[in-house]
Design a protein around this ligand. Structure first.
Ligand SMILES: [Zn+2]
Length: 136
């Protein structure tokens, strides 16, 4: 099995753990670390909708909680069972632009097709730490 297929398969395992009673839209994510660990994340909804956490943020927050940093993260997969490939939402793009390297591969799959992208493509002119520094 090639590496990206294994990563996507693990993201689908995470999708099975999604807590999405309101939208019914289950999302799974998996981060592969450079020391070859796989860290899962699923979307976790809440009755106060704004408190919901997306799968890719769940995975990257878990990775950081375990002590990993962007240079330790090799690839991310985000999967759904939607009819079309789904890309990360705006909030996730903001978070991932800080917590992943700009060229870290991000595999997107709906179980039928796979697309690969990265944060350079998903948020090309995003706000970041350098913008804060420029004010001082
Ligand atoms: Zn999101």
């Amino acid at each position: 099995m090639i590496e990206q297929e294994r990563l996507i398969e693990k993201a689908f395992l995470a999708l099975e753990h999604a807590y999405a009673p309101y939208s019914g839209f289950q999302v799974g994510a998996c981060i592969q670390t450079r020391d070859d660990h796989y860290i899962l994340g699923a979307n976790i909804e809440n009755a106060a909708y704004g408190s919901t956490n997306c799968a890719e943020r769940s995975a990257v927050f878990a990775a950081y909680s375990m002590g990993y940093r962007k240079e330790d993260l090799k690839a991310l997969a985000v999967v759904t069972r939607a009819k079309q490939i789904t890309t990360p939402c705006g909030a996730c793009r903001q978070v991932l632009s800080e917590l992943l390297n700009a060229d870290t591969p991000i595999y997107l799959s709906n179980g039928i097709e796979v697309a690969v992208t990265n944060m350079k493509e998903l948020l090309p002119a995003g706000f970041g730490a350098d913008d804060l520094k420029s004010a001082n």
